[in-house]
Design a protein around this ligand. Structure first.
Ligand code: ZN
Length: 345
């Protein structure tokens, strides 16, 4: 099969499209999926660069998001059959640890991610546990189906479960071009929250306004903190969603109201920040981390998608042979929405 693989750690130069043997089902609960589309995530850039403690077998098939047709199922699989149109939840949990028993799969002691710890979706075939599959909503095209799972699930847990965003509250979202940020905007609208979004690109801000952003700020020339205060009667945002890290950390805290929640699901501009603990306790802030989501949260977003909500914004769809250019676009942060690779020919 044709696959987009990483041949060694060291960044995007190590990516190659090559022929690999097709994977086979190794346990009765697995399914073999004939991939139609795969979507890129910033996680792929981290995997390519080499995450601390990562031990991959090379060549490693990249990609955490994908959609396709069920090709074969293991003998214990009842809920899917060959030919079903499915999308893949990349959260792999052990099912046995205390967190899994409590239904908190993204807190699993042995949490793994498709494409990060095992073979990914950017190949003609991938094997995953059948419990990680969901039916693609009937009207949803393959591109959106591949782009859906990781970003929407991450944004859902971040805002709904962790930050407990409520109707009427104000949410600040940095960097509205990314998949998680765009999903966060859609989820905030669904909840009935007000949204203030930022980008360094006026074109992206225009699209965000079209998607319902209440205030759109170009962070290259606007004083985001002052604008947030102005739009919240001087109080500050109830919730700030930040995946940028070092570059936005100080402003995120300064934009937060007393008692506000800062929720973090990434660190694209760097992971190390400092914190004045006196401000933390005096303002009674909550600083929350969030990663992926549990199966109940995934079922919830799939239900919304089936009813026509939370469909991801797709930046562009490229053939497998042009995947490297798509990765370069992701690395430069030029995309508006998800980059999708057409795997099936
Ligand atoms: Zn577990």
């Amino acid at each position: 099969m044709r696959a987009l693989t990483l041949v060694a750690h060291g960044g995007l130069e190590q990516l190659r499209v090559q022929e690999l043997p097709e994977p086979t089902i190794k346990s009765p609960n697995q399914a073999l999926v004939r991939v139609q589309t795969a979507a890129l995530n910033r996680l792929d850039l981290l995997v390519a660069a080499g995450l601390p403690g990562a031990t991959l077998e090379f060549p490693h098939v990249v990609g955490s998001d994908g959609a396709g047709l069920v090709d074969q199922v293991g003998e214990a699989v009842r809920q899917f059959r060959p030919g079903d149109r499915v999308m893949i939840n990349p959260t792999l949990s052990c099912g046995e640890c205390p967190a899994c028993e409590q239904g908190e799969h993204s807190l699993c002691a042995r949490l793994r991610v498709v494409g990060e710890h095992c073979a990914g979706t950017a190949a003609e075939y991938v094997v995953v546990p059948a419990e990680n599959l969901a039916m693609v909503p009937t009207a949803m095209p393959w591109a959106q189906a591949a782009a859906f799972s990781l970003a929407t699930l991450t944004a859902w847990r971040m805002l709904v479960t962790r930050a407990r965003l409520e109707a009427g509250e104000t949410l600040l979202i940095w960097g509205i071009g990314g998949g998680v940020a765009l999903a966060a905007l859609q989820i905030a609208k669904l909840i009935g929250a007000r949204t203030i979004v930022t980008s360094g690109s006026d074109a992206k801000l225009e699209v965000a306004r079209g998607l319902g952003a209440d205030v759109a700020l170009n962070h290259r020339n606007a004083d985001v903190v002052a604008e947030v205060r102005q739009h919240t009667g001087g109080r500050g945002a109830d919730v700030v969603a930040d995946s940028a890290g070092e570059q936005t950390w100080t402003s995120s805290l300064r934009a937060l109201r007393r008692g506000g929640r800062l929720v973090v699901c990434g660190a694209t501009t760097g992971p190390m920040v400092s914190l004045d603990l006196r401000r933390l306790f005096w303002h009674q802030w909550s600083i929350l981390g969030s990663t992926l989501g549990n199966r109940q949260e995934y079922a919830e977003i799939v239900r919304h998608a089936a009813e026509g909500r939370l469909w991801p914004v797709v930046d562009r769809v490229v053939p497998l042979a042009e995947a490297l250019a798509a990765f370069a676009r992701l690395q430069r942060g030029e995309q508006l929405g998800k980059l999708v690779i057409e795997v099936a020919q």
